[in-house]
Design a protein. Structure first.
Length: 241
């Protein structure tokens, strides 16, 4: 016995078939949900925005509906267009990521969001409205509410990375000595080649908190604010993982 989507059951039999009303309804739903996701990303000034998410979702929805139509008129069952669409979405999503001059990956969440938007487009095109709405709600929660929770726990972890700019390379030893006195351990130091001719000495430094007191009372933000007061530190900030 075929499983009927609960929302499709409420809408009626027309919503489970490939017909003109269904095509318009699924495309409208695809645009609506992708627009919400795209608005959330563009509102936070991320690399992929409003129209990009809509186009991703529309392409996936159209490919899935076309595959469903072709399967209904043929004995052989295949989803070649859908497979090609999701591969294309994955490639575009990866290409949306950027590397900043501070060796940070930018747009990783947006990239995954684009890929997820493409998957949602496919579930819409296949007529799985309940799966779509549940997944859409979970995605919006992840994008809108989880960053604050993630930042809270990250700011209290024992390991973090900083982007450090010293006014001169000769002060690196002073910085290392100060770090150790504070109860911190340097796990790795990497010179950033992007700033070779800038006159600054720029590093990416991995730090671990070894002091029990620091682990209990200090956050990354407080530690970095303390390090900013050093005369030879031109700029320091925590890097996003």
């Amino acid at each position: 016995m075929p499983i009927i989507d609960p929302i499709a059951r409420l809408l009626g039999a027309w919503s489970t078939q490939i017909n003109l009303p269904t095509i318009f309804f699924r495309l409208f739903l695809s645009v609506l949900l992708a627009a919400v996701i795209g608005w959330e990303r563009s509102n936070k000034r991320h690399s992929a925005g409003f129209r990009t998410f809509i186009l991703m979702s529309l392409a996936s929805t159209s490919a899935m509906m076309l595959d469903s139509f072709l399967n209904s008129t043929s004995e052989s069952k295949s989803y070649l267009l859908s497979a090609a669409a999701i591969i294309a979405v994955a490639i575009i999503s990866v290409n949306s990521m950027l590397f900043s001059s501070r060796n940070q990956i930018k747009g990783l969440t947006t990239s995954v969001g684009l890929w997820t938007s493409g998957i949602l487009g496919m579930t819409i095109g296949a007529g799985y409205y309940t799966v779509t709405l549940v997944a859409f709600t979970a995605l919006i929660c992840c994008l809108s509410f989880f960053p604050a929770i993630e930042a809270y726990f990250k700011n209290r972890s024992n390991h973090f990375e900083v982007h450090l700019e010293l006014i001169s390379r000769s002060y690196l030893q002073n910085f290392v000595t100060t770090i150790r006195k504070l109860g911190l351990v340097i796990d790795d130091i990497e010179l950033n080649p992007a700033y070779v001719n800038s006159g600054l000495s720029v590093y990416t430094i991995a730090i671990s908190i070894s002091s029990a007191e620091l682990k209990k009372y200090k956050t990354h933000t407080e530690i970095i604010e303390a390090l900013k007061t050093l005369d030879y530190v031109y700029h320091i900030e925590e890097m996003n993982g």
